[in-house]
Design a protein around this ligand. Structure first.
Ligand code: NZQ
Ligand code: ZN
Length: 411
């Protein structure tokens, strides 16, 4: 039997409730340079483009000595370069505007982001904004689409957001509490240097936030209603178990190269698009409601994205399993070894296992724990849905009232 849904055709065997894997085309063009002896390659990669603008965050890369190694690598390769530091976590639009000005005035040929998701997302937004006549925020409000870009390279310092090999950029407009994500093929970095040694200086809290974000990226992809996607289901489960195993080990032994390497690669794999394939419309798929629900928290309260997800995801699981429990139960069984025969018990144990993991690495699991009250729940719920044109969620569609209830469950 052939089913039509949102313009996409699915082969459906109603008896066994099997929806066929969707067609897909896959290309992720980011060149990954992974390992401990990768510093000299930074300059060599930049040399292929020319004058480079190094963008970095609030000082960790200077303090650890990484920025100096980057500068030396560029000098050794004869690459002209200039710099802009000061990107804040939950990166702001104002900084993107300043970077665009600098890119234009200095005739920059490559932007080199040295940092994590916030620095990389700033570089990506500036890269498309610099070649656009209008306001770069138009892209994030879906009033226009990027048509070109200045290439971006990255030197990753925190395994978490996966921006080093993703097509997304997430930027906050502070005045209106709008945190918006934009996905575009123009956002793929041309190269990303992943040296686990550059993450040794990462404090336990940031390791935990990163692990929470990786796990969320995996779960967002896992929870779709396409039933025939065993290959990617198994890969997602394996990556999730890797995160769950290595996050606590890394916190306990921050300078263990092997642990840092495992967690670093797990983060990139979780968000480079490979695990989406066949799982949704246009061949890419995932639920992504929890991300929108969390983005409102980090927009309104400036909390770390990973900490927000540790709170939101178990609440989302409790809510959606009222109507669609089966995949939640499968995830609990495969990843956490939950084996309850009763469906409700299985769901409860899965949410509990996720919360226990978060607690074990020092993440919060309730909004009240981090001082967030109920005042803005309705406003944030509406914004979370508005970001998706009131078509939020795939596994279960959510209305603003549903999202408000999820915030209440998370309270
Ligand atoms: O600013 P500095 O001083 O560098 O300190 C940072 C920052 O305070 C610190 N840090 C990073 N590397 C370090 C380090 N401290 C010591 N040693 C190191 N090696 O960590 C803090 C957090 O950095 P940030 O870049 O904000 O973290 P993350 O990579 O988690 O990025 C979070 C942002 O990415 C967005 C999030 O919403 C959030 O705004 N996301 C981006 C995505 C994408 N582009 O594909 C997808 C994600 O779902 C996410 O939404
Ligand atoms: Zn995320």
């Amino acid at each position: 039997m052939l089913l039509q849904s949102n313009g996409a055709a699915y082969l459906c065997n109603t008896e066994r409730n099997i929806f066929a894997m969707n067609d897909f085309t896959y290309l992720n063009p980011t060149k990954i340079i992974f390992g401990k002896d990768t510093d000299p390659q930074i300059g060599r990669e930049c040399a292929a483009y020319g004058k480079t603008l190094i963008i970095y965050g609030g000082g960790s890369a200077e303090k650890s000595g990484l920025l100096n190694r980057v500068r030396k690598s560029l000098d050794a390769a004869g690459v002209q370069h200039c710099e802009m530091g000061g990107v804040k976590p939950n990166p702001r639009l104002d900084f993107v505007y300043k970077a665009i000005e600098k890119i234009r005035s200095e005739d920059i040929k490559l932007i080199l982001a040295v940092g994590g998701g916030s620095v990389i997302d700033t570089a990506k937004a500036a890269s498309t904004g610099a070649v656009y006549d209008g306001d770069v925020w138009d892209f994030f409000m879906k009033k226009a689409s990027p048509k070109g870009h200045i290439p971006v390279g990255t030197v990753l310092t925190i395994p978490a957001a996966g921006s080093e090999s993703s097509s997304s950029s997430v930027i906050t407009k502070e005045e209106t509490n709008d945190k918006r994500s934009l996905t575009s093929d123009h956002h793929y970095p041309v190269f990303s240097v992943l040296n686990p040694v550059n993450t040794f200086s990462l404090p336990a809290y940031q390791i935990a936030c990163g692990a929470s974000d990786m796990l969320a990226h995996l779960m967002e992809r896992y929870f779709v209603n396409v039933k025939s996607c065993d290959v990617t289901d198994r890969l997602i489960e394996a990556d999730a178990q890797t995160v769950i195993k290595y996050a606590p080990l890394t916190i306990a032994e921050p300078e263990n190269y092997d642990y840092r390497a495992e967690i670093m690669w797990a983060a990139t794999v979780a968000h480079n698009g490979f695990l989406d394939l066949g799982r949704g419309e246009g061949g890419r798929g995932g639920d992504w409601a929890s991300h929108q629900i969390e983005h409102q928290l980090s927009a309104y309260y400036d909390i770390a994205h990973g900490a927000g997800l540790a709170i939101v995801f178990p609440a989302w699981i409790k809510f959606v399993s009222r109507t669609n429990p089966d995949k939640i139960i499968q995830f609990g069984r495969q990843v956490f070894g939950v084996n309850e025969a009763d469906k409700q018990q299985a769901v409860n144990k899965t949410a509990e296992a996720l919360e226990n993991f978060s607690k074990s690495i020092g993440m919060p699991t309730r909004l009240s724990e981090i001082g967030i009250g109920r005042e803005k729940f309705a406003e944030m719920a509406d914004k979370a849905c508005a970001c998706k044109n009131y078509d939020l969620g795939v596994y279960v569609k959510l209305t603003p009232a549903d999202v408000e209830e999820i915030y209440n469950i998370a309270y």
